[in-house]
Design a protein around this ligand. Structure first.
Ligand SMILES: NC(=O)c1ccc[n+]([C@@H]2O[C@H](COP(=O)([O-])OP(=O)(O)OC[C@H]3O[C@@H](n4cnc5c(N)ncnc54)[C@H](O)[C@@H]3O)[C@@H](O)[C@H]2O)c1
Ligand SMILES: [Zn+2]
Ligand SMILES: [Zn+2]
Length: 367
């Protein structure tokens, strides 16, 4: 079928909205009609050419939500009409990682997905008759996409799909980093660095865990106000003295749990150093620039601090995303507050501009 999609033709150039070919789903694959898709920093990072593993041409987009149109041979968990959230982090339920409670990093299709192919090593996308690679296994800046069954989370049809799309990436990452990775205990003191989608998600996760104090640190007063809305009990404008101020705020010890959601390695270091002696756990969710390293003075570790990393908040997507969506519908999570702009597919480049200007948290493309 011919569909309209936003194509990254050349790095550093605006995306081009044009017709591309999408083939029918093969065995184990599903055709999804997109209804909404968030515009994320990771899309911009690839579009800019800064991502060393990026390739072009491709159809960007990975924060999608939509409706199943057609299923390929052997698909058993989805039928036409089901509402789904797209997962760049799949869950096959069979690999050694899926069978372990300790990680969400499914191994089933990693290699092909990273190269831009569907699990059988081919593409369903074609541009002017030539095969075109998929992006993050999702390619959701498009009217339709074909994805593996194991990379789609079936959600309740009661959930509006614009808000549901937010659970495809940053929001689940942030919430999950607190609930799954750090496993925040009730009554604890938490510090979250960064109040973008991921950091605000971590604030929500800490609140849902029953944290007593949630300090959010950001450079923007506007974003700190959002942090308060989502559950931060205190806010702090970041800077070189952030560690000192947090230690002071916490009786000279530091926090039980700290979270880093900026992608800046200096801030990661601050997050490690603001964790409490004895048992403080620092969870890093931010993605650093190519080649950057995190400096830690070993004394911080010997005296009982620990450091963990979190990919997609440790959420096993097919099981975890539907549950988070339910918590949104029950009022525990205010996902709607994250949608700052609604755009059409043709306005996709405007979505990137808004992000670069830090105007709002999330632009959502509505199809
Ligand atoms: N681990 C994962 O699976 C995963 C998933 C999605 C995004 N990410 C990463 O998480 C990070 C955050 O993503 P986002 O979408 O929330 O980004 P964002 O840019 O919207 O938010 C980052 C925030 O950090 C703040 N900040 C910058 N410097 C600071 C400082 N010195 N002190 C305090 N705050 C500071 C900014 O003001 C901004 O509000 C990025 O690095 C992104 O790549 C990771
Ligand atoms: Zn994203
Ligand atoms: Zn798996």
């Amino acid at each position: 079928m011919r569909i309209r999609a936003a194509v990254l033709e050349e790095f550093g150039q605006p995306l081009v909205v044009r017709e591309v070919e999408l083939a029918e789903p093969k065995a184990g694959e599903v055709l999804v009609r997109l209804v909404a898709c968030g515009v994320c920093h990771t899309d911009l990072y690839t579009a800019s050419g800064a991502d060393p593993s990026g390739y072009a041409p491709t159809v960007l987009g990975h924060e999608g939500a939509g409706v199943v149109e057609q299923v390929g041979e052997g698909v058993t968990s989805l039928v036409a009409g089901d509402h789904v959230v797209t997962l760049f982090s799949p869950q096959c339920r069979e690999c050694v990682h899926c069978r372990s409670e300790r990680t969400n990093l499914c191994l089933a299709i990693r290699e092909q997905q990273n190269k831009g192919y569907l699990p059988d090593g081919t593409t369903r996308l074609h541009l002017d008759g030539e095969p075109m690679r998929h992006y993050m296994g999702t390619s959701t800046f498009a009217e339709y996409t074909v994805m593996p069954e194991i990379a789609l989370a079936k959600i309740t049809p009661d959930a509006p799909l614009d808000g549901a799309a937010l659970f495809a990436c940053g929001l689940s990452t942030g919430i999950g980093s607190a609930l799954n990775t750090a496993k925040v205990e009730a009554g604890s003191t938490c510090v979250v660095f960064g109040a973008g989608m991921v950091g605000l998600g971590a604030v929500i996760g800490c609140r849902l865990s029953g944290a007593e104090r949630i300090v959010c640190v950001d450079l923007s007063e506007d974003r700190l106000r959002l942090a308060t809305h989502h559950g931060a009990t205190e806010t702090l404008v970041g800077g070189p003295d952030a560690v000192e101020r947090i230690v002071e705020l916490t009786g000279g010890f530091g926090a039980d749990y700290t979270f880093e959601a900026t992608g800046n390695v200096q801030v990661m270091r601050q997050a490690v150093e603001s964790a409490r002696m004895g048992w403080g756990l620092c969870t890093v969710a931010g993605v650093a620039g190519k080649g950057e390293t995190l400096d830690i003075v070993p004394r911080f570790l010997i005296t009982g601090r620990r450091v963990a990393g979190s990919s997609f908040g440790g959420v096993k997507g097919r099981d975890g995303v539907p549950k988070l969506v339910e918590r949104w519908l029950s009022g525990d999570i205010d996902a709607d507050a994250f949608i700052s702009h609604r755009l059409t597919l043709d306005e996709i480049n405007r979505g990137f501009e808004l992000m670069e200007a830090q105007d709002g948290i999330r632009s959502v493309i509505e199809f």
